[in-house]
Write a protein that binds this ligand. Structure first.
Ligand SMILES: Nc1ncnc2c1ncn2[C@@H]1O[C@H](COP(=O)(O)OP(=O)(O)OP(=O)(O)O)[C@@H](O)[C@H]1O
Length: 255
């Protein structure tokens, strides 16, 4: 198995002397190719900071992040832009689709930026649209789609370039339970069939139960890890809830 992500002893401080927040306090972990890993933790525990550092949106204070054999903490701005386009796919809670473009054009844009030719763009979009069940909405604009459809279009945009790593930040945060389930089932398929490597931040135990492994973050540190193993999704959900309950409170107010 190839190592896709290697986070080595990272720390992240915000502010300056006298007014310093240690958002990440010595975190190390790795993700193998084809893994589906969830990150959970209470509000303010450092989940978004961690994801932002991995996604090159923010920089670490110390430590290294290696993605597909490249140390992103050493890349300069132009190289970082290229790296982001070629190696990473992003899925956000609020979709981040361009309102003036159709679903088709939103997905095509990711490929155009990479310099792909029109016939290849068209066949790749059709293939990914079938997978994510969005063929019927390809000619629609974001305002004409449901939240679930928008998130599946955003997911198509994230994976159509075949990135080494897909980073998802609360992907079901704005979806109802039916749309969440459909999206997560698609994530499962993408992960199993196409070996897409996914790292997903969520506060929701149901969403997290689709992952193979969960890292729980507290006060900027990894305090425990759960591996699904041979458990069914339901059994894994129950184990996640045990950790959540152990920390006091239900899944909504703790995570
Ligand atoms: N730009 C910033 N400047 C100063 N402090 C920050 C900044 N961003 C985050 N922090 C602090 O770093 C810590 C971690 O924040 P982070 O947003 O990563 O947490 P989180 O786990 O994603 O929380 P939530 O679930 O509420 O989104 C918090 O104490 C937060 O106040």
């Amino acid at each position: 198995m190839k190592n896709i992500l290697n986070v080595k002893s990272i720390e992240k401080y915000y502010g300056n002397k006298g007014n310093m927040t240690k958002a990440i306090d010595n975190i190390s972990f790795s993700v193998e190719e084809g893994e589906f890993v969830g990150i959970m933790g209470p509000s303010g525990s450092g989940k978004t900071t961690l994801l932002n550092c991995i996604s090159t949106i923010d920089t670490v204070s110390t430590g290294n992040i290696i993605i597909n054999d490249k140390d992103i903490t050493k890349l300069k701005s132009k190289a970082l832009d290229n790296f982001r386009q070629n190696e990473l796919g992003f899925i956000f809670q609020d979709f981040n689709l361009l309102d003036t473009l159709t679903a088709y054009e939103n997905i095509a844009l990711a490929l155009t930026i990479k310099g792909e030719k029109i016939p290849q763009i068209d066949s790749k979009i059709k293939e990914v649209a079938k997978y994510l069940e969005i063929e019927q909405v390809l000619q629609k604009y974001p305002y004409q789609m449901s939240g679930g459809q928008k998130q599946r279009v955003a997911s198509a945009r994230a994976i159509v370039t075949e990135p080494s790593l897909v980073l998802a930040d609360e992907p079901t945060g704005a979806l109802d339970s039916k749309s969440s389930r459909l999206l997560l089932e698609r994530f499962e398929m993408l992960n199993q069939d196409l070996k897409t490597t996914i790292l997903m931040v969520t506060h929701d135990a149901f969403t997290a139960s689709y992952a193979h492994r969960i890292l729980f973050i507290k006060d900027g540190k990894i305090f425990t890890e759960l591996v699904r193993g041979k458990d069914s999704r339901k059994e894994f959900f129950n184990r996640i809830m045990e950790v959540v309950t152990l920390l006091g409170g239900d899944d909504n107010d703790v995570f």
